[in-house]
Design a protein. Structure first.
Length: 296
């Protein structure tokens, strides 16, 4: 009975979104996107699309999403949004991070990306424009992937903090107590494989078109670069996502090393009480701010 009710609710939600979408104006970018997609299908093989297309999407998205945080360090106005203001970025740290990223991206992640074509063939995942799901379906699938990845990340990330394991693997990622966006994928190769595996679980569950692979890559990078940015921007649109952890939540994890283990959402930390130190820290900060206001 409960399963039928859930299915009915999901069907109703789908019909409601489809009804609303019918009233929205035509997307002016849809036709150019369709032309570009069909041009890609006509001029490249599925192996080239799945392999080199995925690599380009990952690299372009990663470094473009890092640009705003990189620029913030040169803008005096943005300093007030820096979470750990006493620990500014340095060229030495950023250069070291960049070199490690290139190694991880091309020596660890690229071999995995090379398996994308065989993955799509095995699961018979389509590439054609006519079979591409609507935007709200892709968005819902990305959210589902995020929920699954977040659960994987919480438990495996927490395990990597175990005193018998931490110094061998996860300590690399915590080299920078004050994170910055480019550091999001700065990690030991084993961590890249262990935590990165969570990315693919949602794909196995939801993927019904190759476009979801790329959409989920972009969404996941957007989230992880944001939480590692070191800046808490008030008008950040990601704060509209329910239970979104955000930069301040994850920044505390780098500063404190204990607690706040989830990647995207706050519920696992709340359920298991691993956000207790963060909550205490927030309350202490609020009291200090009130005292400062009264003194002024």
């Amino acid at each position: 009975m409960a399963t039928n009710d859930s299915v009915n609710i999901l069907n109703s939600a789908y019909l409601a979104v489809e009804y609303i979408d019918s009233f929205l104006p035509d997307n002016p970018l849809q036709q150019p996107f369709k032309n570009a997609w069909n041009y890609m299908l006509d001029n490249y093989t599925k192996f080239q699309i799945a392999t080199w297309g995925s690599l380009i999407v990952h690299e372009a998205s990663y470094f473009l999403l890092c640009v705003p945080g990189f620029i913030f360090q040169f803008i005096p106005y943005m300093r007030k949004y820096k979470i750990q203001q006493d620990k500014p970025e340095t060229w030495e740290k950023q250069w070291k991070c960049f070199k490690t990223l290139l190694f991880n991206h091309f020596c660890i992640q690229l071999p995995l990306i090379c398996g994308t074509y065989y993955f799509t063939e095995y699961f018979n995942i389509p590439y054609e424009w006519e079979e591409m799901p609507r935007w709200y379906i892709v968005l819902a699938q990305c959210f589902g992937c995020a929920v699954i990845e977040d659960a994987w990340h919480y438990f495996l990330h927490r395990l990597l903090h175990h005193k018998r394991i931490y110094k061998y693997i996860h300590k690399v990622h915590h080299e920078f107590a004050s994170p910055f966006g480019m550091q999001a994928e700065y990690a030991h190769p084993l961590e890249t494989l262990i935590l990165g595996a969570g990315f693919f679980i949602g794909i196995v569950v939801f993927c019904n078109h190759v476009v979801l692979l790329w959409a989920w890559v972009i969404c996941r990078l957007m989230e992880t670069i944001d939480v590692h940015s070191g800046y808490d921007i008030p008008l950040n649109p990601l704060h509209l996502v329910p239970f979104y952890a955000g930069a301040r939540f994850h920044d505390f994890h780098h500063m404190n090393f204990i607690g706040n283990y989830a990647s995207t959402f706050t519920w696992w930390d709340r359920i298991f009480g691993t956000d207790s130190q963060f909550i205490a820290y927030q309350e202490k900060e609020k009291k200090q701010q009130l005292m400062t206001k009264k003194a002024n």
